[in-house]
Design a binder for this molecule. Sequence first.
Ligand SMILES: Cc1cc2nc3c(=O)[nH]c(=O)nc-3n(C[C@H](O)[C@H](O)[C@H](O)COP(=O)(O)OP(=O)(O)OC[C@H]3O[C@@H](n4cnc5c(N)ncnc54)[C@H](O)[C@@H]3O)c2cc1C
Length: 400
Amino acid sequence: MGRYFMEKAHRLPICTKYDIAVVGGGIAGVCAAIAAARRGKRVLLLERMFALGGLATLGLVTVYLPLCDGNGKQVSFGIAEELLKLSIQHGFEADNPYTWLKPGNGQHGKQRYQVRFNAQVFAVLMEELLEEAGADILYGTVVTNAVMEEGRLGGLIIENKSGRQFVEAASFVDASGDADVYQFAGAPTALYEKKNSLAAWYYATEDGRTSLHMLGAADVLPKDPNAEIPVRIASQRISGVDAWEISGQMREAHRHSLKAFLEKGGVSESHSLTTLAMLPQLRMTRRICGEYTLDETESHRFFEDSIGMIGDWRKCGPVFEIPLRTLYRADIPNLAAAGRCISVTDAMWDITRVIPACAVTGQAAGTAFALNETLTQLKAASVQEALKQDGVILHESKTI
Ligand SMILES: Cc1cc2nc3c(=O)[nH]c(=O)nc-3n(C[C@H](O)[C@H](O)[C@H](O)COP(=O)(O)OP(=O)(O)OC[C@H]3O[C@@H](n4cnc5c(N)ncnc54)[C@H](O)[C@@H]3O)c2cc1C
C-alpha cells in the first residue's frame, strides 16, 4: 500500500469558457482544432510542449505515411491531405511526392502518397494554420485532471507557468495520444497488451547531409525488401503510462542515439548530432473503450456511420472505413477521442496510430462537436454531410 498526501482544497481561477477544448497538439489535436475553428467555434488547444505536431514533429516521426491503399487509389482526404501537402510546402526530405502531385496525373501506380517532411518547418506551418482558423493555443500546459458533472465532462484542471486553473468548455477532444482525459474522467480504457519496444530515432548531419536514423524496431516490419529495417535495440517493453518507466526509456533512447552517432566519429564541422526526440517515441499506450471497437479483420467493410477511410501502411490492398462510434462513449457524450487513442483492438492499433489516420479522426471529432456539443444527440448523417462538404470521402464504394 503506497503512502498518500491529502491535498487541501483550493480555489482555482476559471479560464474563459470555450466551445471546444482540445487536449494535445499532435496531428489529431491540430486537425480537431482546425476543423472546429473553421466552423466558427471558439477553440482552445492545450499542449504540454511548446510546438505543435506531437510525435510527428517533436518525436521526429517525419514520415507522413500514405493516403492511399497501396494500389494507386487515394482513400484519405480532407485535412489529412491538406496537412500532407502543407508538410512539404517548402520542400521535402525524401520520398519525392511530385510524381503524384502533378495535375491530371490519374495513374499513380503503386505510389503510396507518402512524404518525408521537415519537422520544424511543419510545426510552424501548423501553428500558422491554427492561427488562421482562429483557434487559441496554450503551450506549456499539462492537463492533470478531468471533472465530471452530471454525466458530462464539466472541465479540466490544467497546470502551467501561471499555476493551476480550471478550463470550462461545452465539449472536449482527447487527443493526448494516451486517452489521458478519459482516464482522469474515470472511464474504462485499455492498454496495449504487448507494450512498447524502445525506439531512438535521431537526426545527424554527415558531410553536409542531414538524415534521420531510425533506431528501434516496429512491431510489424514493412514487407518492402528495400525498406530500411530497424533492428531491435532493447528487450524490455514498457506500457507508456508509467512516469518512471517513460523517463528510463527516454534516458536509454538518448544513450543509444549518442552511441550510434559516436560510432561514426565525434563532433566536427561536418559531423553533428542534429536533433534528439523531445517526446517519448511510444507507439501504442492507452486507448478508449468506445461505442464500437474496430478490428483489422474489418477491411473493406461498409459502416453506415463512417467518418473517413484509411489504408494499411504495412501492405497494399486493405481499406478501412472508420465508424464515428470508435471516437466516443455514450456515458460521456461531450468528450471524443481522436488520433492514436481511439477505440480499436490491439491488432488494429498498428494501423490507426499513424499520421493519416490521426488526421482523419481528428477532423471528424472537431467537425462533430462544431455541429453539436453532445455526440449522442448528433446524427452520423449530419457529421458525414459536413465532412463531405470539406472534401472527405466516406465510403470505399465512392472512390474511383
Ligand atoms: C517510433 C515511432 C515510429 C513511427 N513511425 C511512423 C511513421 O513512419 N509514419 C507515421 O505516419 N506514423 C508513425 N508513427 C506513429 C505516429 O507518429 C503517431 O502515432 C501519431 O503522430 C500520433 O498522433 P496523435 O496526435 O494521436 O498523438 P501524439 O503525436 O502523441 O500527440 C499527443 C500530444 O498531446 C500532448 N499531451 C499528451 N498528454 C498531455 C496532457 N496530459 N496535457 C497536455 N498535453 C498532452 C503531447 O505532448 C503531444 O503533443 C510512429 C510512432 C513511433 C513512436
